[in-house]
Design a binder for this molecule. Sequence first.
Ligand code: XMP
Length: 522
Amino acid sequence: MEEELVLVIDFGGQYCHLIGRRIRDLGVYSEILSYDVTLEALKPFSQWLKGVVLSGGPSSVYEENAPNLSATLLDYLKNNNIPILGLCYGHQLLAQYVGGDVISKNLKEYGITECNIDINSILFQGLAKKETVWMSHGDQVQNLPQGFSTIASTETCPIAGFSSEKEKIYGLQFHPEVQHTKSGNNILSNFLFKICKCSGSWVMDNWIDETLKSIKEKIGKDHVILGLSGGVDSSVVATLLQKAIGDQVHPIFVNNGVLRKNEPEQVVSLFQDKLEFKNFHYIDASERFLKKLKGIIDPEEKRKIIAHTFIQIFEEKAADLKDKYNDIKWLGQGTIFPDRVETQATSKSSAKIKSHHNVALPSDMQLKLIEPLRDLYKDEVRQIGLKMGLPEYIVNRQPFPGPGLAVRCVGEIKEEYLKMLREADYIVRDEIEKTGVHKNLWQYFAIFLPIQNVGVMGDFRTYEYICAIRAVQSKDAMTANFAKLDWTLLERISTRIINEVKGFNRVVYDISNKPPSTIEFE
Ligand code: XMP
């Protein structure tokens, strides 16, 4: 493989990470660095450096303290003829750097717009004269110095793209990394292969090799503990750590009493027996959790109890292990990129969206964090999982919430309700997976509704509970549509649940979308 690197400089734009992702998808390795990177820090990579992309960002280039890239670094890139592509804020920054003007416009342009394209520019080879692009800007580039020409324009933005092919400097006011820009991938591909002359030979295997090497260097002889949920992210981290540092990894798997049928057995058998993690720790704390959840109806309180109890147990175990292995200095986490976006841990200058997930878990444990998947998206993690030899049922597992069945057992949680729910959920999964339609579903599961209703079985009146079924399609769980499952499939599920699970006499199918409903019932 030819070693090559394209750097993405982060100015705090929402789509910054997507740029890195698209470049990797096109077969070129990319790293994201903060705008305050120095030339010194960059020098060790310079032999592989094929190009640089400057991301968008929420600031204005003429604001006081606006994020900027050091002039020495820009001069270095220019003098070495390393191509630079500025996007949105990056476009304005480049214009300013080469001596153009950036002005604030009252007419802001956000969203999809029609753009006139100079198809003679190398950046736009293969595109049409008019292209649909995704714009988001208030400021815009006004004048360009000699040697630079306009290569794209819209009705409200006369310089939506500029370049100097000689200097290999390109700026675009719109976002080629966003799917709404129809030919965005072509533009990025032209930049990478026609302008930066990349070979595109980078594959996931290289990421695995590099990551194993860097884990080994980072951890040395220390030990790492890791909260293992059995889901794809933490399982992939466990496997990477095992491959890099062997028995120095201690995955801790806690049974919180609200797991699905056979789940604890499956996780234990996989990690302890099949994958032979010598320091795998299984803690059955189901009684402790269920005792704390007794009588609790409020969904948020259920969530809090489960999260706090989990942390308590995890800390107890960590303290216990630290007594035995005083080299435990690290906490491994399966944080992936979208988790960090939701907690605003991605950039110095991006705006807060929402707090969620495992990013800030045990903060006072004085352990250093190791998060090898922090820059990856779910589908990339899945690819790595398969390459690392994890079984498909783990790698392609549907998302399962941290509070587990607690948020699917509406109202108070009782052992008998959980037992019924586990059986019904098992049937839902079994029947859906047999048909193969689960490959098009985001999640599919059963819910226990604490409503008794009348039915008739044989010659007898019954007065039992309702089981709801939810199956949704989604890209990212932010929005979701209920799946239009086949009636005969639903009928099979319903018949099996009522026949096989004592306590249910009615099955209903949830036909609501998110929004206004949510995916989980609680
Ligand atoms: P909602 O119900 O909000 O769910 O539409 C969106 C996605 O998030 C999952 N979910 C959770 N995951 N802890 C988690 O780790 C939680 O408390 C939680 N609540 C919901 C849900 O399964 C869906 O994929």
